[in-house]
Structure formats: C-alpha cells, structure tokens
Design a protein around this ligand. Sequence first.
Ligand code: WTA
Length: 633
Amino acid sequence: MSKKATLEGNVYYPSQDVIDQANVKDYDSLYKHSIENREQFWTEEAEKLEWFQKWDTVLDDSEKPFYKWFTGGKTNIILNAIDRHLTTWRKNKLALIWEGEPGDAITYSYFALNREVSKFANILNSMGVKKGDVVTIYMPQIPELMFAMLACAKIGAVHSVVYGGFSYEALSERIADSKSRTLVTADGGWRRGSINDLKTIADEAMKRSPTIEHCIVVKRTKQDVYMESGRDFWYHDLAALPMASWKYETQKLDAEHPLFILYTSGTTGKPKGQVHTHGGYSVYTSVTHKYVFDIKDEDRWWCAADPGWITGHSYIIYGPLINGATVMMYEGAPNYPYPHRWWQMIEKYGITILYTSPTAIRGLMRFGDDWPKRYDLSSLRLLGSVGEPINPEAWRWYYEVIGKGKCPIMDTWWQTETGGFMITPIPIMPLKPGSATKPFFGTEVAVVDGDGNEVGVGEQGKLVIKNPWPGMARTLQGDPDRYVKTYWSEFAKQGWYAAGDSARKDKDGYFWIIGRLDDVIKVSGYRLGTAEIESALVSHPDVSEAAAIGLPHELKGHAIHTFVILRQGVSDSKEIRDALRDHVAKEVGPIARPEKVTIVDSLPKTRSGKIMRRVLKAQSLGEDVGDLSTLEQ
Ligand code: WTA
C-alpha cells in the first residue's frame, strides 16, 4: 500500500500516517472478538471507566426487549466526564472552546467546567430539583446549555433538551409529556445576526404547561424579556447567592438510572421520549467516539451539531468529555457573517477533527472553493458525517477541498434510539463515498425482507440490528408498549431491532443506507415527523385535511411537500399557500416550513382511511404508483 492516501477506482485508502496512529489497527479481528465474546468485549471496555461500584451482570436480558446493562453497578456519567479528569493533568486541559455568533469567545478547563457544573447543580437543587425529576432545557448553543445538562446528570435529575428551533407547541407538548416542573432557558440566542426569542416562546409554552413551577433564564442577548415574579429567575442572580457554591457531590446512581429523555417525532401525533441511562450510555458514547474518531489528547474536536439533537448529546457533550477531549462549540450559523466562518474557526482554534452533516457540507460547498482556500486547514486529520446519506459529490468536495485528500471521512450511521454509532468506518478502513461501511464492534447488522430473510447482495431491504448494545434507548417515556411495538414487533420472532431504514449491502459487506421506511422526514439532517406537520396544518381554520411527504432536495437532502384539502368556501391562492407555510413554521418550528403546499380535492387513502403517502410520493416523482389494491375507491 502506498504511504499516501490513494484513490483506486472509487475506493479511498488511508495514508500510512493515519494507520500508524490509529487506536484500532485491525478491524476484522477486534470485530470478530467483539461478536464472539460480546459481553466480554463490553466488560473490557466498561472496565476502562471508573465506577462507584462494579456491576454484577453485564447484560440482563430477563425482560426482553427491555435490556439492562451493567446492573448492580453504581455510577454517574459525571464521574467519568468530569470528576476523574480532576485528579490528573487534564484538570487544566481545555474542556470547552466556545465562540458566539457575534464573535465573543470563552474557554473552560476541566477544572472550570467542574466549578460551573457544580454551581448549576446547587442552583437547580435550590429550585427543588431532585434525583429523578425531569428538567426541560430550551437554550441556544451557549456554554450554560452544556453546564445545565451536566448539572442535571450530577444530581441524578433527568434532562429533556428541546431544540432551540422548535416552537412553543413542540416545547409545551414535550414539557407535558415529561411532567417537567423546571425549565431552563435564555433571553435569546444569536442566529444569522438576529435574536432567536427563546424566552418569549418559552412564555407561550409555559402558559400551556401547568406543571412548570420555576424557570431559570440565562442572560445571553441582553434584550428585555418578560420575567414573571415567583416563577422566572435570572441565572446570574441565583449564581450570586451564597448557596450557589462551587462544590456539589456527584450523586451515586444505579447504572440504569435515567440520564435523559430526548424526543423524536412520532408517527401518531405524540412525540416519542427516548430514555437513555447513565451506565450503558457512558460506555457506548465514549468507546464509539474513541475508536471511530481515533481520539488523542492533542485533539481539538468539533462536532458542529446542535446539542438539542442526539448528535450533540452523545458527541458534543458526553462521549468527548468522558474521553477527556477538548470540545469546540459554536453558537451560530455556518455562513454568518460570511461563508468563511467555519474555516476561519478551524484555523483559529487548530481544530483536528470536524464532524458535521451532509447538509452543512452541501450548503458550504455552494459558496465555492475560495472561502476554505483562504484558511490554513492543515490541522485537520479526520472528518465525519452524520444524519443522512452523503452524496458522492459532497463527499469528494469535503475530502479534497476541506481534508486536502489526507483526512478519512467517517460516515456514521446511527439514531436517537441507538445512542451512538452503529454502522461506521474506523480510520484505517478503505472508504467508498456514500457508504457508512461496516458495523461497529459488538454489533451485528443485516438487510432483510419482511420475513427476516437476508436479501441478496446489492438488493434493497430493511435494516435490522440483531443484538442489544449498551447505548440503546431503554424505553419510551411513559409508554413501554409503544417502544415494543415500534422497534421490536416486526421481527419479534427473531428478537431483532427494526431500525426503520432501508439499506443495501454490497459484495464487500459494506452497508449503503437508502432512507427512512416510515413517516420520518429528514430535513437538513433534522428529524421531523409527518404527523407533526399534518396536525399543524389541520389546526389552521381553512384546512380540512392534509398530508406531508419528503421529496429529494439538492441542499437539504429532503424537503417537506404538503397536500392540503381546503375547507368549503376557501379557494386556492398564493396567499393561502404562503399563509399555510408560515403557519407550520410557527406551530412546529422554522425547520418544518414546507417547501411547497399543493391544494388538492382529495387524498389517496386506504379503505381504513389511512393516507397513502407512498402514492403521493410516487406521483410527485413521476414514478409508478405500484399496487393500489388497498386504495379507497
Ligand atoms: C438517518 C441522527 C445515512 C437514518 C444521528 C436514521 C443516516 C436517522 C446517517 C436517525 C448516515 C443518520 N447515513 N442516514 N450516516 N445517520 N441517518 O435520530 O435515516 O436524528 O434512521 O439520529 O437519520 O436520525 P436521528
């Protein structure tokens, strides 16, 4: 093999440098070991972390599919993400480099992180937050978002982060579902030069959320906001009180104690609260991060996602901090005020690994090569992609223009439900643009037909995971039946997890993800449900029925297209279509704004009255609509 990275046909081989420094040098033998001795493999990895008390059982499968990991063990994710670093030289290592959109910046060492998190924990405690309570967090990407999440974990409270781009409807629904009594928010956040009015949206949500007793507000933009006496408190006022000390003892928790709830959109209106726990998630996020991104102490790691989604939870906050990495976090838009913003920060902070989404790459590629070429990007040694399949054109641009042909791209396939990477390369692996390559250690994946038979090489089928893994979501908040029904019923006989994605496997055993099989639409890598968009549309007084589908979009991967039946007496016009698009953006959030609203007289439905989105999709794409025998006549 050549010493340099090479391209042979359509396969990219890593350079000798990459191989020499890789944490794992032989995928096949470690994979084999991890599958043949799965529990031993996870034991070996878990033993590399600290525990207050070691576990009795690695995997408890007595109540399948409600698997439990490391039972009998006592831990707290903070023990590994912060506490253990304080007794080593990493105490003074940078934990966080943060830059705000207006250009303000601050850094925190692990020592400082501990101080801030302990202070936040005392403040939450003084507001009555106790072990097991759910705290809803609705924040911009500022350091206090990280502190709030970690403070909850330290107390044993459960955080429920709601993405700052979501509307008051989405926020209040998530507060109601989790019966949260405490909300942490900010007076706003910066996005493309303007203020995202989080507090005003939170006020609307709180009007509909009787469970909320206290709201802690972090000052970010300094704009005037409404503060309700007795309910709303400024964070800086609370932080100045003597009770907000810099010491808080990390609570000793059962390995299976819940760490967070993160909501994903459901097929029926109600969002699904995915529950993750301290022990297994600590092991899974740190091991995946360490092996896939080959983490070294010298690294400056930048996962340019939002902490409001699973990618931010696992790979801005928990995995990297457990690995003692230096984490970069940026508040604003990639192209504000100019499209050089990211490239400038890579040079400025000496970022070594960049992990982002195909949408962001396509968006920046659009501005041409001159913007990145102005900056010295030579600090980069690895790149990553997540959220949707990456098209080969974007892959090549990322590889050539950003990575200068020397940084392998880790295309990681995973889900909110999986907690961490499931199908992913490691740096030594030959890469094929557009393929997430092979399963991570300890994981067996297959592409099967409806009966569970493996489909032929290159054929499309359903993606299943054949075994439990420590990072898996344990249940859906308050709805265990739905957890079983959604993920474990289709292949109940075999005991497999149905991922909801379609995929292919090629002759070399590489997996190619095609897309969602269910009613999830990935818009710019963000996960939205058709149900949320449709219920927003029918909540408009002029709408009688509505359907939403995702259609391919050059920049966003997929965009939302909606079909609407208007109420009698209302006629089609540009005004009404625009009003409906605005209405969805207001109800769900700006990312859900439909690309197009088409007014129709009827919608294709099954005899039982279910809208056949598949038919709408095929019709829109000019494809064969397939079997219509179940269509209502
Ligand atoms: C899609 C995001 C192709 C997939 C971490 C999955 C991907 C859904 C990839 C989960 C990838 C994620 N290649 N598709 N590398 N990564 N997906 O829960 O459809 O927001 O089921 O988790 O994103 O989205 P979620």
